[in-house]
Ligand binder design. Structure first.
Ligand SMILES: NC(=O)c1ccc[n+]([C@@H]2O[C@H](COP(=O)([O-])OP(=O)(O)OC[C@H]3O[C@@H](n4cnc5c(N)ncnc54)[C@H](O)[C@@H]3O)[C@@H](O)[C@H]2O)c1
Length: 247
């Protein structure tokens, strides 16, 4: 089960943390993985990690908020590995993000969140979805956040709203492509364990399972959604939070 041999996956923002864990998990199941990041050295380190684990990976350095760059990057992946069968839209936190309340923000501060979480995802989907439909097989996985559904007094309204927007898009898209063998789902993450060590214990106490999530936890969920066996699962937002959010 969950064999991804013969499939080509593109993981955005895969140069570190969650995206790197997803790339490693997909490669571990046999997928050939294109490792995207806007920071070349980060993408290179994940490619090296996949290869040293015995997997197949290629570099895909481009900014997902640049539609032309995404198109060129996806064409280069097709020449190198083959057309993309599995797209994981993971890039979702703009560099230098610091929480601020709505009242502290200017409306113009919102643009880069919408650019990354909505346009970044839709440019990548646009670049691969026709091919997926033509080949009658495709998996689109959107990495989202619990902040997409829950209101939180944490100064992350603009981040949460951009995640809600992309989750809504994925639900509609899933209906449009369901008959073509393409699924589209979101995975809404709780807090992942790359937090300052002094905060680990305090944050873990809020999680029913008793610990924060790991990139490997996310990788396992994405492997399932990307698999042949998940063909009947589409249009969902799966809460991956150690039980913090229940549905
Ligand atoms: N870390 C958490 O606790 C947490 C919780 C909920 C949801 N998430 C979601 O998980 C995903 C990954 O989170 P993370 O903590 O691993 O993020 P991260 O910031 O540690 O890593 C993301 C990577 O994306 C890259 N990136 C940023 N902008 C890019 C762009 N325009 N084009 C290409 N690459 C770009 C960065 O260079 C970075 O290497 C995000 O979508 C985030 O919203 C994370």
């Amino acid at each position: 089960m969950f064999d991804l041999s013969g499939k080509v996956a593109l993981v955005t923002g895969a140069g570190q943390h969650v995206g790197a864990g997803v790339a490693l998990a997909l490669a571990g199941q046999g997928a050939r993985v294109a490792v995207n990041d806007v920071v070349a050295e980060r993408a290179e380190s994940t490619v090296a990690a996949v290869r040293s684990a015995g997997g197949v990976a290629t570099l895909a350095v481009f900014d997902v908020t640049d539609g032309a760059a995404v198109g060129g990057g996806v064409r280069a992946i097709a020449e190198d590995l083959g057309p993309v069968d599995i797209l994981v839209n993971n890039a979702g936190i703009p560099a230098g993000f610091r929480p601020r309340t709505f009242r502290e923000l200017e409306p113009t501060d919102w643009a880069r969140f919408v650019d990354l979480n909505l346009y970044g995802s839709l440019y990548c989907i646009r670049a691969v979805v026709d091919g997926m439909c033509d080949r009658r097989w495709g998996r689109i996985v959107q990495i989202s956040s619990g902040a997409g559904q829950r209101g939180l007094a944490m100064g992350i309204a603009l981040y949460g709203a951009s995640k809600s927007a992309v989750e809504g898009f994925i639900r509609h898209l899933s209906q449009e492509v369901a008959g073509e063998g393409v699924t589209a789902n979101s995975v809404a993450l709780g807090t992942i364990d790359h937090v300052p060590p002094e905060r680990l214990e305090q944050l873990a106490r809020r999680v029913p399972v008793g610990r924060l999530g790991s990139p490997a936890d996310v990788g396992a969920a994405v492997v399932f959604l990307a698999s042949e066996e998940a063909a009947w699962l589409t249009g969902q937002t799966i809460q991956l939070s150690g039980g913090v959010v229940t549905t």
